[in-house]
Design a protein around this ligand. Sequence first.
Ligand code: BTN
Length: 286
Amino acid sequence: MTTHWKGVAFVQFVKDKHMSKLDSLLPKEILAGLSTDFIKHIHYFKAIDSTNEFAKQLAKKGAVEGSVVIAETQEKGRGRLGRAWLSPFGGVWLSLLLRPKITLKEAVTLTLMASVVTAKTFRKLYKLNAKIKWPNDILINERKVCGILTESGADNNVVSWAVVGIGINANINLEEFPSAIQKSATSLKEELKKPVSRIKLIRNLLKQFEKDYKIFLIDKNRILEVWRKFSDTLGREVKIVAANEVVVGKAMDIDNFGALIIKVNGTKKVITGDCIHLSKIKSFDK
Ligand code: BTN
């Protein structure tokens, strides 16, 4: 268990004032009720640039699988496709260090697994109808409540470390987001009309993560099946904006590596990109 302290006195005072209204995420509080086997090495920060960045540094220094980096706020939170990720107080911003024996190509499915874990946790704890927008945005009522960013390193195409970063808008008021994303984002507090216990959320998330990760290592198809069940994308007309192309068509399925299979003239697979749902209605006729 590691607690890192950072920041000048005044900044600390402002943060402490804000945090006094929140449950704190101190490792001893989380560990007190956590019954995981190996996801239990917690590094805690009041403020950090990015939990993914710190976890990456830990990975390169040889830290054990199951290390977790948690911060109350991130100053340079990272999102997918090189975007910034807003991380104010009240959210859950954490990264997990894993060392699965999988190929780089398979590493994408690790991200899909994390989205299954998170959606399951929201469903079980809060009875919310959490769904997944390809590849790994968690939506509630079609608004994004959580994003996942996986970064990995490999030797000869075999993953040597993977950092799965999970950002959950937990106890966040929508006014704290820029107006441009207020319509497309939501938070658990907003959906439930009351704040959640972030400690309980993290404990349940880590427990579920460990359980599904063990299954994933034996048979990742079992996890991909649950992804399909939770998917809000399959069956819809979608537009995928990738670095070099835009693909419009019907989302039919995912393959064993998490690529989205789209019906255009024939079919096309996309590995990465921004997914926009065009149709409200889903249909599964081929
Ligand atoms: C996305 O763009 O949807 C992915 C967002 C991932 C954000 C999380 S918050 C914890 C971890 N640390 C980061 O810098 N990013 C991830």
